[in-house]
Design a binder for this molecule. Structure first.
Ligand code: F6P
Length: 352
């Protein structure tokens, strides 16, 4: 079997702790096999605009513990990229740049969106291999994603700290936790931090039930409560409204019907962005306790990766290069138990 000599690497989508550990894991293993590694800046845009950076052993040194990504990242899609103010399909340009650099494989480290984009490049005939990263932990067919463990630790520590102030002031404190449409982070941090109420997107909530639970705690002498709410959590009514609009979009028989459903979805999404603040007001009214909101936001994506994320990134990165060496392409390197296993990107893209 011919030896692979040149590979490319990008990080795409939202950043997360452990991305540099993954770049280093891939890079060091690749150098061990005598491969040359070219990084491209800012996700798929770097491939389209040829923003390259050589990753030699000096560039890979000292990055294991550094947050963010030395390559930069972005949410651009190869088939719909804004170039000079105009949306263009850059897939062919990316394929040409891949050829021009004589790349024999391209490693894409990313989340849900990245896997959909990577699949397009697989279909273009590029040798693509991906690593799953996102603090949301919502990628199909892998036990874990790079970044989740660190974000879980940050969110848990935040809940720990919020406990003391909730207790001192006899307040309800609502901690909004990221996760997009998945509840892994809120559920994990909520359980680990001992939150009294945990709200996740997978289980639409009934506000009256939450108020009853909090009032019951007060009656038993505990007049503070911590509510861990996932950013994607919603009330039953809102979940039904979303499901109806989604159904209308799917079953639309005309362009106008589809447009109406899309507009409705956009209105619902915009309204949902204020959900946690609304929830706080509703709970104040129903329980007569003071409520405060803490939105953890991007704090969860920043800073030094945990030991767990460094290990995961190194394990998946190393396996990735072994697979490249064996010329196994079109796969994501999934975490399985203590090991790693290739799964087809086609079975991951678009799934949660
Ligand atoms: O996917 C990671 C994530 O942090 C989600 O939890 C969140 O919904 C989203 O990214 C925020 O995206 P952006 O960085 O584009 O604001």
């Amino acid at each position: 079997m011919k030896r692979i000599k040149r590979i490319g690497i990008i990080t795409a989508g939202g950043d997360s702790p452990g991305l540099n550990a993954a770049i280093r894991g891939v890079g060091k293993a690749a150098l061990g096999y005598g491969m040359q590694i070219t990084g491209f800046r800012d996700g798929f845009r770097g491939l389209a605009e040829d923003l390259q950076v050589r990753l030699d052993k000096h560039a890979l040194a000292g990055i294991l513990t550094v947050g963010g990504t030395i390559l930069g990242t972005g949410r651009d899609k190869p088939h719909r990229m804004e170039i000079n103010g105009q949306e263009r399909d850059m897939t062919d340009v990316i394929a040409r740049n891949y050829e021009r650099h004589k790349l024999e494989a391209l490693v894409c480290i990313g989340g849900g969106g990245t896997h959909k984009n990577a699949l397009r490049l697989v279909e273009k005939g590029l040798n693509i291999i991906t690593l799953p990263k996102t603090i949301d932990n919502d990628i199909a067919l892998t036990d874990a994603t790079i970044g989740f463990d660190t974000a879980l630790g940050i969110a848990t520590e935040a809940i720990d700290r919020l406990h003391s102030t909730a207790h001192s002031h006899h307040r309800i404190i609502i901690a909004e936790i990221m996760g997009h449409r998945a509840g892994w982070l809120a559920l994990g941090a909520g359980i680990a931090g001992g939150a009294d109420v945990i709200l996740i997107p997978e289980k639409p909530y009934n506000i009256a039930h939450i108020a009853t639970a909090i009032r019951q705690r007060s009656r038993h002498g505990t007049n503070f409560s911590i509510v861990a709410v996932a950013e994607g959590a919603m009330s039953r009514e809102d979940a039904e409204a979303f499901a109806r609009a989604e159904e209308q979009r799917k079953n639309a028989k005309s362009k106008a019907q589809r447009q109406r459903a899309k507009t409705e979805l956009a209105v619902l999404t915009a309204r949902h962005s204020g959900n946690t603040l609304r929830l706080s007001k509703q709970l104040e009214e129903l329980t007569h306790l003071e409520a405060r909101v803490t939105i953890l936001g991007y704090v969860q994506r920043g800073g030094t990766p945990s030991a767990g994320d460094r290990l995961l990134a190194t394990r998946l990165g190393t396996k990735c290069v072994e697979l490249i060496q064996d010329q196994v392409f079109g796969v994501m390197v999934a975490a399985r138990g203590d090991g790693a296993k290739p799964v087809p990107i086609a079975e991951v893209a678009g799934k949660m």
